[in-house]
Design a protein around this ligand. Sequence first.
Ligand code: GTQ
Length: 358
Amino acid sequence: MAQQESEDPIELSSETRSILEEQNLRPLWEVEETFGDVYDDLQAEIWKWDDIKNAIDHVEEDMPIEELPPGFQRRVAVPINASLGNSITNTIYVGVQTVSPGETAPSHRHGANALRFTIDGHEDMKTVVAGEEFPMENNDLITTPQWEWHDHVNDSDETAMWLDVLDLPLVLDSLNATNVFENHELERQPVTKTEGYWDSQYGRARSYDQSKDGSIPGPFEGIRDPTPPYRFRWEDTVQTLRQRADNDQPDPYDGYSMSYVNPTSGAPPLFPTMSFRAQLLNEPTDAHFHNATEVYFVIEGEGVTHVEDEALEWGKWDIFCVPPGKAHHHEPDDEAILLGMTDRPVFEAFNFYTEAEA
Ligand code: GTQ
């Protein structure tokens, strides 16, 4: 009997326990196992384009942009991961936005970073960012850096649609930050730059501050730090992909993979919070896992992505996510091109990114 008592784990006395409880304190060894419980484990999930398209067509029919509540004047269908409840992942948000002929999604700005990947575009479909009209043609990727004014103006005679990608869940949920937000006083911000202005500021020949220390500002509006408004034209991106496929070895996990670089630095990530790749796949990739979360958008082709024992079968314009820590690899049917999106830069910022072959 005495021996049994001595093997019982030592417990805090009831006096100590009530002192702790009264002051809202807990011993570490009792709370440790609850760390990580705020969010449920993210599950792999796929949204098929036919289903998305059918849904956004119905929404477009029911709801003109001008009828939307002020502050939310964007007509967007948002994939909701069943394991989360309000977006596709805990860090990266995606949505599919439409603007009908003649409509404008009015100008606003916010603290979250955004980009558009054009699904069904037109030279007369413009996203206006920081005073410049950017034509949205098919597969163009256009940045809307934080706190830049932006409105979407459809002067074509066809409905335009694109993929929105923002770091909203990271900003609003994970960091529990306020997404500072402002509507422009005008529906359309004044166009103050000629087309190509922002691109020209980041070309191989650039405006340059000769003082080196910023004491003599250039005659230009300035380098946007960390990410400028920028249009990556698909014709350039796809040409680079082809050159890589014709000349180089593929990455074992990502295929022929190009990073969209920040034009300021010439290096990834495009945003401090999110990095983007165009990936041409023509053979199965090797399996690996990492602690970053990924979202994929299928630009072209068909195939399957295995996430542990789940098989996500995808085709053109499908959207799917790969949770952190899960082994995954891609198997294209023939040739496919994916837009790969990752929150890896957040992990790298605090030296916490890790990956391994599965
Ligand atoms: O077009 O500015 O999908 O502010 C979500 C929030 C799009 C946009 C979204 C936004 C926008």
